[in-house]
Design a protein around this ligand. Structure first.
Ligand code: AMP
Length: 122
């Protein structure tokens, strides 16, 4: 798949360039994790890859194996660091218009700290 056009001025690209601040939780070569600015649960962390990928579709098709492995390893590292791994959490990747994706830089939401409600709102 050819890569879609990536908007390098999206808010997460600007966070990666440190043009705007974030409440950082974790960072390594492949990923950055930070608290969502409008948390929907007691713990609401976003994990983003460092590369310029619009969505999980773009990431899966166009990131290399190291980037993909590194990204999911970062999600697991955040789960361990934030004590989400034992009690559990929900991982969400909103994708495109029907998925309600607002920021066009691939990210996953990690929601925890309590029992998260129904999987999809009515
Ligand atoms: P999505 O709908 O999956 O694209 O989610 C985008 C998420 O980014 C929303 O939950 C927003 O609250 C969050 N968000 C937007 N701007 C910021 C920011 N500057 N820092 C942290 N989270 C943000």
């Amino acid at each position: 798949m050819s890569a879609p056009v990536y908007d390098s001025n999206n808010i997460f690209a600007r966070i990666l360039r440190e043009e705007i601040p974030c409440k950082k939780v974790y960072e390594d070569e492949f990923a950055l994790a930070f608290h969502d600015i409008a948390p929907k649960a007691p713990v609401h962390i976003l994990v983003i890859p460092k590369g310029p990928y619009v969505s999980i579709i773009d990431f899966s098709a166009n990131a290399n194996a190291q980037e993909i492995k590194g990204f999911y390893a970062a999600v697991a590292a955040v789960a361990a660091q934030e004590n989400l791994d034992q009690a559990g959490f929900r991982l969400i990747a909103n994708t495109g218009a029907n998925g309600g994706q607002e920021v066009p830089h691939f990210h996953v939401h990690m929601l925890g700290g309590k029992r998260i409600g129904p999987m999809v709102a009515d």
